[in-house]
Design a protein around this ligand. Structure first.
Ligand code: ADP
Ligand code: MG
Length: 349
């Protein structure tokens, strides 16, 4: 559907590995004061002085984590960076550098890697992080992309999954479920396209959902927003695998329970209407979807007044004693145990 057919194709085998690296990285500059040496030596050199350094890495495999039939390479590059930066943000740290490693088969021409890199570099620019290194190699089949993100934080600001207390409030940024529904829309269009390649899809009614799937953003702003509100979260995680599973991670690691209120889960109006169209329950989608990259965190009850009217955040529940378990309180006030996938009622989805 989104494949570009009029491109020039320069075979990767016409360049050596070094020429390829040189081509992809030649004008990458380091801007962060913590980057002493970026690309071009055997290792990058960073200096965080008295700050803590946070490192996170993720690998994306073609056919497993992305499908190039509806993922333009530029978006893939952007998203691969963003999902890693999200992990740094989820530690309440500020992302500062990335390294980029790619393995590609000779099915990809140079122009495809240029596209991929334009997305990677665009994300690096938007999020103000330096590309300080990486590795470039070949694969037998398909593309593998691995990005490592590095960030900094004052020791006191770092927030772990451990740390939630039984009386804390559960808060999240933004809304959930949209990226998952964006994927459902794209999958449907892909099938339509396979049957009739001349069909030009009209995706305007799905623009928010598709953007959330193809061009997610990391909540780099949350650290500063919370600082300005004088709130230090007690535990934090990013919502990459669905709200349920992230809540369970915090509960398990912090040894607490939780009541999540169905009517407090923030949903975009487009998500609600498209769930109706697909005959899916929007709460199920919000709980089990994934890839929203919002931040989920706990705060002490004393901070309630500071955050309650803030449009960036929703208070969606509260923590409890571990023995009380982890529950969804539905709109009709039924208490249902939360599971990593769905909840423990008769098969709702
Ligand atoms: P080495 O032989 O030490 O692994 P390379 O020739 O692979 O070195 O890499 C040369 C330089 O280019 C290093 O600084 C490395 O970090 C950087 N580099 C290699 N591949 C990439 C890439 N895909 N993106 C960014 N930098 C890269
Ligand atoms: Mg190398």
């Amino acid at each position: 559907m989104l494949e570009d057919k009029n491109q020039e194709r320069t075979s990767l085998s016409s360049l050596g590995e070094f020429q390829l690296i040189e081509h992809l990285t030649k004008d990458i500059e380091a801007k962060q004061p913590t980057t002493l040496k970026g690309i071009g030596d055997d290792g990058a050199v960073l200096n965080f002085k008295d700050k803590r350094t946070v490192v996170s890495t993720d690998m994306l495999v073609e056919g497993v984590h992305f499908d190039l039939a509806y993922m333009p390479l530029k978006h893939l590059g952007y998203k691969a960076v963003v999902v890693n930066l999200s992990d740094i943000c989820a530690m309440n740290a500020k992302p500062t550098q990335i390294t980029v490693s790619i393995a590609v088969s000779n099915r990809f021409p140079l122009e495809a890697l240029e596209e991929l890199y334009s997305g990677i570099r665009y994300a690096a620019r938007i999020y103000d992080v330096d590309i300080v290194g990486g590795d470039t190699t070949s694969s037998q089949k398909g593309m593998i992309l691995s990005i490592t993100a590095i960030g900094e934080s004052e020791e006191d600001d770092i927030t772990y999954r451990v740390g939630a207390n039984p009386t804390d409030l559960l808060v999240m940024s933004g809304d959930v479920g949209a990226a998952y529904m964006g994927l459902q829309v794209l999958e449907r269009e892909k099938q339509v396209f396979e049957v009739n390649p001349n069909n030009q899809p009209d995706l305007e009614a799905y623009d928010y959902l598709i953007e959330r799937q193809l061009k997610p953003e990391a909540r780099k702003d949350v650290k500063d927003l919370l600082k300005a509100l004088e709130i230090k979260p007690t535990a934090m995680i990013d919502i990459s695998d669905g709200l349920s599973s992230e809540i369970l991670h915090i509960c398990k690691q912090s040894n607490v329970g939780c009541n999540l209120y169905e009517n407090k889960i923030p949903l975009d109006p487009q998500l609600i209407s498209v769930c109706e169209e697909f005959n899916l329950d929007s709460t199920t989608v919000a709980l089990n979807g994934g890839e929203d990259y919002e931040l989920l965190f706990t705060i002490t009850m004393e901070d309630f007044e500071k955050i309650k009217a803030n449009p960036n955040f929703s208070i969606i529940g509260h923590m409890t004693q571990e023995s009380e378990g982890v529950h969804l309180i539905t709109r009709d006030d039924t208490k249902i145990p939360l599971k990593a996938r769905g909840w423990d009622a008769v098969d709702e989805a």
